[in-house]
Design a binder for this molecule. Structure first.
Ligand code: HEC
Length: 273
């Protein structure tokens, strides 16, 4: 199937207008302040008003993506930081544009504070763009079909889990990381660092299977099933670890298959009931 534009891919298209407009705004205001130039101020003001208006659309479709995308657990911090800084960028640009429109006549050559706000807005937009591009898309595969719409997102840190759900979210990330490293090696070439990464991720699942059993036992409807299946998951992870130490792609592939089988068994027995 040839992909068409989806509701969730309109936001990344629109971000290019915001990002494209910002250097023009900063350069124009820099020259305007430096030379006390009304014509460069006009360039800055025009670029600012157009960019601010388009940024409102960027944010609107960002909120659409935030709402429509399935967000695999484990990415929430970056999700909300990206949203917060995106909104902050838009608020700064729209406020500055409104003030410039209101005070343009009185202040025909832009002054330093205008430039400072424009530079701050550009800095925040840069950080927001880095999260959106590097962390959410390139690292985590949000809205990327080949990455299971984020289901294959590798871990973004290992905080100690405080609940069953948190442990589960981190298990998903480590499981995903093993899948993608295995896939890379199957498609390209076995690589020492990938075997080591798989060992580390398998170890992490083993570590998480213990608190899962403990959290799951408390107050859950089927504590015995949860505890025994968590143990089974720990056993599967140990098999992956052994296979990775042996550098056997066949055995890693079989062990990760078994592991996914355990995910499905437990979700069938407990989660989707
Ligand atoms: C011991 C049973 C058990 C095993 C094994 C298990 N899960 Fe889960 N999983 C659950 C339950 C129960 C929930 C729902 C928890 C809730 O909503 O509070 C869940 C929820 C999830 C979620 C949703 C988290 C969220 O953000 O809402 C993901 C993702 C997940 N599991 C992935 C996996 C993967 C991947 C595996 C295998 C590597 C796996 N699970 C193995 C029981 C299990």
């Amino acid at each position: 199937m040839i992909p068409v534009v989806r509701l969730v891919t309109i936001h990344p298209v629109l971000t290019h207008f915001t990002i494209g407009g910002l250097p023009l705004i900063v350069i124009a205001y820099t020259v305007a302040v430096w030379r006390r130039s009304p014509s460069w101020t006009l360039v800055g003001d025009a670029a600012l008003v157009v960019t601010a208006a388009l940024t409102l659309l960027t944010v609107a479709f960002g909120l659409v993506s935030n709402f429509v995308l399935p967000w695999p657990g484990g990415l929430e911090t970056w999700r909300w930081v990206h949203l917060g800084f995106g909104v902050a960028t838009a608020v700064l640009l729209v406020t500055l544009a409104a003030l410039r429109l209101a005070y343009r006549r009185a202040d025909r050559a832009a002054r330093a504070p205008v430039l400072v706000v424009a530079v701050v807005a550009a800095g925040i937009a840069l950080f927001t763009g880095w999260i959106g591009g590097e962390v959410l898309v390139f690292q985590s595969g949000m809205a990327v079909r080949a990455a299971g719409d984020g289901a294959l997102a590798p871990p973004l840190g290992h905080p100690a889990p405080k609940s069953f759900l948190e442990a589960m979210r981190q298990v998903r990330a480590s499981w995903a990381s093993i899948q993608t490293h295995l896939a890379w090696m199957l498609v390209h070439h076995p690589r020492e660092e990938d075997f080591r990464r798989i060992e580390a991720d398998a170890q992490r699942i083993e570590e998480l299977a213990r608190p899962m059993a403990d959290f799951g036992g408390k107050g859950s409807k089927s504590p015995d099933t949860l505890a025994s299946m968590s143990e089974a998951l720990g056993g599967n992870a140990d098999d992956i670890l052994t296979a990775a130490k042996k550098k056997s792609l066949q055995e890693i592939a079989r062990a990760i298959g078994e592991t996914s089988g355990t995910c499905a068994d437990c979700h069938e027995a407990v989660r989707w009931k």
